[in-house]
Ligand binder design. Structure first.
Ligand code: ARG
Length: 585
């Protein structure tokens, strides 16, 4: 369906032309003075310069051409030359009823369907998911679903870190602790055991220990560096150990991502890209893009217009080892080979933005991607405690993601202590509300900003929160269930429409605008803003009218439609944000 703003823009264009002015001046925006009008056109001010005429005169002429337009309840010129427009309630109601019967509420899917890869996991094997992994998982899942709703082909990739430094450290530490393991015997040629020589909790304890130790001991660090190199060169025992590490921790990671409702389409790993490295490097060398600098192989990515320092992109270290960069570039080669995407979107901490700038430039320059392939980094900020520091456990340790989820779910459960329902049901609902609180608390902020994890506020049933949205949905579900399976009206009648109802209609009608903005700006925050407004308008409408006891059956039937529309739109939106609503709370 055409958006209301576009319908108005078309009429405005025709009126400008009919009045003798160029069409380009007729652009329409949502009013920034909603107390005066719903939409506005400021084109008369710009046209005034070109036509050497007072803006108010132009505005008046255009308004005169629009006289008698049935869709407008207001169309007037205002000093110094604004054209203020509001649409009539009749028109609005008709529009909303048309949305009801259209797929996706009349949203027009993207005209150009793209194939898009979203890289948003980034967890590392052998390390438990911690709070730092929450943001990419939550933001990435939402971005993926928003783009998919717009009709794009979207592939969500976990891109697990299973290669490089951490693995070297684990191998080194295992060798210290269990030197007799067959994996360390260079002369061993037999089969390796099926069973891993460690448990997942052992693994999780080994990594931080080894990481700390290596920072204080040069020989240990050197040892682990050598281990990676040997792994990269395919040493059998190390490969077998690495496979054990992978299997044991992947299982655990899957469980944790499942628990959060993050659903990857592809469980890609850094190691998957390794096989693309030799050809990629050969190409870079053959085509003269890569050169040796201080023993390392690098690609210059500086541009003349740079105002900031732009170091070259390192491809191989002087000892021949590959790096994080090499893997990311090879992963692009892999993705181009497998999916040929139009766009690759990375949801990674904003502290890596210079890094991604280097990678993107290098990929463009060396022809790994096409000139028109869109490489995007959404750099997110940090979730902090009230002290402004990264969120930690009470004793200052790294907080696991599972612990964070428990924390917020427990808070909700406490709030629901007085509800009469079986324990099991309370647990299930508390989990749904807790996840909504957590995700909405995150997504309602601009991704690039840091924000405070405020459990009190996030779990509040009032204000701009996830639970408030759910509460509104539960309210609507309850209304609809009380009204039985009343069919709702097929068409709006010619009755009087009150101000609160009009505001609700107007907000419903703006669904497509909000979706398009959210998709264009890759901003789940826009969806949050929209559903908060929609929930708020619904509650305004609810309090102004007695839906359940309304004696006028025609009115009631139309209101049922509005209740259903609101609920269905909220439902689609929250499933884009990857949470769900209970039936009661
Ligand atoms: N595993 C990395 C880390 O822990 C994050 C990976 C982000 N994604 C990427 N394509 N580089 O820092």
């Amino acid at each position: 369906m055409k958006k209301i703003i576009s319908i108005i823009a078309d009429k405005m264009s025709a009126a400008f032309v009919a009045a003798g002015y160029e069409e380009k001046f007729a652009s329409v925006t949502v009013s920034n003075r909603p107390d005066l009008c719903q939409y506005q056109c400021n084109g008369a001010m710009a046209a005034a310069k070109q036509y050497h005429k007072a803006p108010i005169m132009i505005a008046n002429e255009v308004v005169a051409k629009l006289a008698g337009e049935e869709m407008f309840s207001l169309c007037e010129a205002a000093a110094p030359g604004f054209i203020n427009v509001s649409v009539s309630e009749r028109f609005l109601a008709g529009y909303v009823f048309e949305m009801k019967d259209a797929p996706k509420f009349g949203l027009e899917e993207a005209a150009e369907k793209q194939t898009i890869v979203v890289d948003y996991g980034g967890a590392n094997v052998a390390k438990p998911l911690h709070v730092g992994h929450m943001r990419p998982a939550v933001i990435g899942e939402a971005v993926k679903r928003i783009l998919r709703y717009m009709g794009h082909e979207v592939i969500g990739d976990a891109h697990l870190g299973d290669w490089g430094t951490p693995i070297g450290l684990i191998i080194t530490e295992l060798k210290v602790r269990k030197p007799d393991l067959v994996y360390f015997d260079p002369d061993y040629t037999g089969e390796y055991p099926k069973e891993a020589p460690f448990s997942v909790s052992e693994l999780e304890e080994i990594y931080p220990y080894a990481s700390k130790w290596s920072k204080e001991h040069d020989d240990y660090r050197e040892e682990s560096r050598k281990a990676i190199l040997e792994l990269q060169q395919g040493r059998r025992g190390y490969m077998a150990l690495w496979e054990h590490i992978m299997r044991v921790s992947m299982e655990d990671l899957r469980k944790n991502y499942d628990n959060l409702g993050t659903v990857f389409d592809v469980w890609g790993k850094e190691s998957d890209a390794q096989k693309y490295i030799p050809d990629m490097i050969k190409d870079m060398k053959d085509n003269g893009y890569a050169h040796i600098s201080e023993g390392a192989l690098v690609v210059d990515v500086k541009e003349e217009t740079d105002t900031k320092e732009m170091p070259p992109c390192m491809i191989l270290k002087s000892d021949g080892a590959t790096l994080y960069n090499t893997t990311d570039l090879a992963t692009i080669v892999e993705r181009m080979t497998l999916y040929n995407p139009d766009r690759i979107i990375y949801i990674v901490d904003k502290r890596q933005s210079l890094y991604f700038e280097q990678i993107f430039r290098c990929a463009k320059k060396t022809g790994i991607v096409k000139p028109e392939t869109d490489l995007v980094h959404i750099g997110f900020g940090t979730m902090t405690g009230k002290d402004g520091k990264p969120f930690k456990t009470r004793d200052g340790g790294v907080m696991r993601l599972s612990m964070l989820i428990d924390l917020i779910v427990d808070e909700v459960r406490t709030k629901m202590a007085d509800r009469e329902m079986p324990e099991e049901e309370r647990d299930r609902i508390a989990k749904q509300i807790g996840l909504a609180a957590l995700k909405y608390g995150d997504l309602s902020n601009q991704s690039t900003k840091d924000y405070i994890f405020d459990i009190e506020r996030f779990t509040s049933f009032e204000g701009n929160t996830g639970p408030y949205i759910l509460y509104t949905m539960v309210r609507i579900k309850s209304i609809l269930s009380k009204l039985g399976d009343a069919a709702g009206a097929a068409k709006p009648s010619a009755r009087e429409i009150g101000a609160d109802e009009r505001e609700l209609l107007l907000t419903i009608a703006r669904f497509a605008d909000s979706m398009e903005k959210a998709a264009a700006e890759l901003s789940p925050m826009k969806i949050c803003q929209y559903i908060y407004e929609l929930a708020d308008r619904f509650n305004g409408f609810y309090h102004a009218n007695k839906i359940l006891t309304e004696p006028d059956e025609i009115k009631k039937a139309e209101w049922i439609v509005l209740c259903r529309m609101t609920l269905n739109i909220l439902n689609d939106c929250i499933s884009m944000l990857a949470f769900e609503a209970p039936d009661k709370m």
